[in-house]
Design a protein around this ligand. Structure first.
Ligand SMILES: NC(=O)c1ccc[n+]([C@@H]2O[C@H](COP(=O)([O-])OP(=O)(O)OC[C@H]3O[C@@H](n4cnc5c(N)ncnc54)[C@H](O)[C@@H]3O)[C@@H](O)[C@H]2O)c1
Length: 250
């Protein structure tokens, strides 16, 4: 598989979960992958890619810090010469708390990573892409960027914001060779959601709503991200691509 040979891809939040699966999938198709994450288990993702014959590197980066996101993109250019594709995926879940009881510092923490983190990464990536012939960006929103889960207001606000940032950049840069899309995963089993996957009560409630009758896998999300970054998706821009097994279809 060489669909992304000679492409350099930046993936944030690839220490585990959806980001790791997507980094592996890009590398398996020939891309050089730069990972930005606060979790040093990203080095394990790099090792997995190397063992499979691919090329990857890891830069420690808190996506909520502008100096670190700028340094991440610079590290990507220094290491691989170029940045063609970016998957802004790093995120955290807040504790489930009723709206009126959310602590301000928790709200700020979620917005800093899940919304501002995407904004800062996009800025650094777009500055490079504008100077070097364009590119493709995919941001990770959520079904919580379309509908509201109860007791998750900060996450719902951040993920709706990611959809907004995606559309804003898509309309500003379409004429300059940069496509920007977002994905809206439903329930995907990853370290983030493992406690829900392990809960029979949660599973019963969730599967009662979800027409497909199961959770998704990180690899199933990765497939959509690769498609959105490929030339086959050249006319897809500003879209929020739902990957939820039909959860929000009814
Ligand atoms: N799993 C799901 O059901 C689901 C559904 C919808 C959206 N999402 C979103 O998908 C993305 C990936 O989540 P996942 O399910 O793979 O969970 P995960 O916990 O496995 O991955 C999250 C990654 O983000 C990294 N990260 C967290 N804060 C960071 C920061 N400040 N700077 C850099 N990296 C940081 C973590 O270290 C980790 O590698 C998140 O944005 C999440 O909100 C997940």
């Amino acid at each position: 598989m060489s669909g992304f040979a000679a492409k350099t891809v930046l993936v944030t939040g690839a220490a585990t979960g959806i980001g790791r699966a997507t980094a592996l999938a890009f590398a398996a198709q020939g891309a050089c992958v730069m990972i930005g994450d606060i979790d040093d288990r990203a080095a394990e993702t790099v090792a997995l890619i190397s063992r499979a014959g691919g090329t990857a590197a890891f830069e420690h980066c808190d996506v909520g810090d502008a100096m670190q996101t700028t340094a991440l993109v610079e590290a990507c250019i220094t290491r691989f010469g170029r940045l063609h594709i970016a998957f802004n995926n790093a995120g955290v879940l807040p504790p489930a708390v009723p709206f009126h009881e959310i602590v301000e510092t928790d709200f700020d923490r979620i917005i800093a990573t899940d919304l501002k983190g995407v904004f800062l990464c996009m800025q650094a990536e777009i500055r490079h892409m504008l100077e070097h012939g364009g590119g493709a960006i995919v941001n990770t929103s959520s079904v919580a960027g379309i509908v509201a889960d109860p007791n998750m207001a900060s996450y719902v606000a951040a993920k709706h914001g990611v959809a907004g940032l995606t559309k804003a950049a898509a309309v500003e840069y379409a004429q300059r060779g940069i496509r920007v899309n977002a994905i809206a995963p439903g329930f995907i089993v990853t370290p983030m959601t493992q406690p829900w996957a392990d809960s029979q009560v949660f599973r019963n409630a969730f599967f009662a709503q979800n027409v497909i009758g199961r959770a998704g896998t990180a690899e199933e999300v990765a497939g959509t991200v690769l498609h959105l970054c490929s030339d086959a998706a050249n006319f897809i821009n500003g879209a929020l691509f739902v990957i939820d097994g039909g959860q929000t279809a009814h």
